[in-house]
Ligand binder design. Sequence first.
Ligand code: ADP
Ligand code: MG
Length: 623
Amino acid sequence: MESSGSATFAFQAEIKQLLHLMVHSLYSDREIFLRELISNASDANDRLRFESLAHPELLGADTDLAIRVTVDPEAGLVTITDNGIGMSRDEVIEHLGTIARSGTGQFLARMTGDQRKDAQLIGQFGVGFYSAFIVADEVTVSTRRADAPAEQGVRWVSDGQGEYSVAAVARTERGTSVQLKLKKDADEFLRPERLRALIRKYSDHIAFPVRLVAGGADEIVNRAKALWTRPKAEISDAEYVEFYKHLTHDAEEPLVWAHNRVEGKREYTSLLYIPSAAPFDLWNRESPKGVKLYVQRVFITDQATQFLPLYLRFVRGVVDSSELSLNVSRELLQQDETISAMRAALTRRVLDLLDRLAEDGEKYAKFWRDFGTLVKEGLVEDHANRERLVELLRFSSTRSTRAEQNRSLKDYLADANPEQNAIYFLIAESPTAARSSPHLEAFKERGVEVLLLTDRLDEWVMQHLTSHEGKTFKDVRRGALDLPTGNADKLATEPREEKQLLKRVKQVLRERVDEVRIGERLRQSAACLVLGDDDLGYQMRAMLTAAGHEAPAIVPSLELNLDHALVRRLNRESDPARFERLALLVFEQAVLAEGRQLEDPAAFVARLNELLADLEPAVDKPS
Ligand code: ADP
Ligand code: MG
């Protein structure tokens, strides 16, 4: 090859660090280099095929897109060649010399030193090419863009130590070849049987033929058929799993998948997977999402976001349509009627898949831990499927152990007293605050289950749920409870003396509370705070103010437990100053018991101390 104008560049600092880590920590998984390089070759062929739809001249006479793995045992060389899109000089420098994507820093931060785990991270962060240096002393990339003349080839060479050189070369073939000069101890990869086995293991589903050229033989090693185009019955679970890993770079197996071919008016195939763990960037608004779209087997985009609603952004997979036009543009994709019909059908498919998953308690628990919040998002966004999404909810409750969210509404209703008209729930700051909340006392006594919600979005979500199976959702912090076997009789007639107490407490607390009343909720605690049915909740208020909105202050009512020693003590207190201190403390206890912050904690401490110092006059004796 003629070369000219060779220039030397230093790798970006991050790449140096990455190369070092990779070479030293991924030694035991080094065979992955082949998977990564074949995957890049396949991407390059995909991109050429896509661009040739608008520019058929790019394909020219060389219409059979393929990948070739060539071995030269004497020279110790393995070369992976494609006839895809190729790279220009600038692209070579950008793609093979810098890490453009912000994921790299996060990748480096996540390197654990554990070889297995680190190997699994590699593909996920788009640094696959550099894995070549795990097995090679020297890597030579020769490439030419499909739209450039033969003289505009580029050669990139590096030993992975910190620098690379780029030179102009003449290259008659379009596309890229990556030549590895194998390290001495990596000569196992010169054996054709070893390479053949690896290609079958990792690249069987690659849609292009992968040829192995060794010792005069030239054979197609993989099946060369896109997996989703094959009949379901012929595909093993292991193949589905391997394809998922190729698609997502996820090292863990998916929880479930569904492979469907729709025929008739709309023709398309979908293969959808539910991952077993959330990717690190699930909550990043800018991160890529969507399924991989093919039209008549031609790759169009791997971020087709139009086929599923946003809340299902954790679903990964492929949609291949025979009906959409090949030159379907992204703008068109937004409005197409076919697409909205497909979107509705695919959404139902995912919900079917989740129903199926829910039959396996353990797997579903895994799903719920990582993606439950998204199901809740869906409840707010997707009115058409709300009933189905409600069934998919899982809660922690007074019947579940610790914070585990494993109670469905079906479980709740099955175990509820048939007379019970409501589905009770409590929203709290934390699982611990929820479990010890004074609001639960009357429920515990009656054995009525209360769902415990502690996610940041729960108040917002629960606003959208009014009833289920004829039972209304009831926030136990609000209004009257309507408990199944009420004690309203006891409350109906408050003796005069107690009315007097309520009045005195209200005079102390003034605008801090709306009303002071005798509670139906309490057994062990002295007091609790109750919201009005239409009051804003604490989480909602925090969300609104965080978003810069004006939100009215929340003024709860104070419920007192007349049987509590402290309240009885309060009732007997004749000294106005001491009464005030005690009443404020009762109120502040109620705030603290909700797991919330006091407005003036220092004043609370001072008041408490005054009372403690003043303990002499004996406290109330239990009667
Ligand atoms: P990823 O494939 O996840 O983007 P890689 O590190 O494997 O990350 O590759 C980096 C980039 O280098 C690719 O995105 C692509 O732009 C370019 N590249 C690598 N191999 C090839 C190839 N065979 N043909 C064309 N471009 C390639
Ligand atoms: Mg890659």
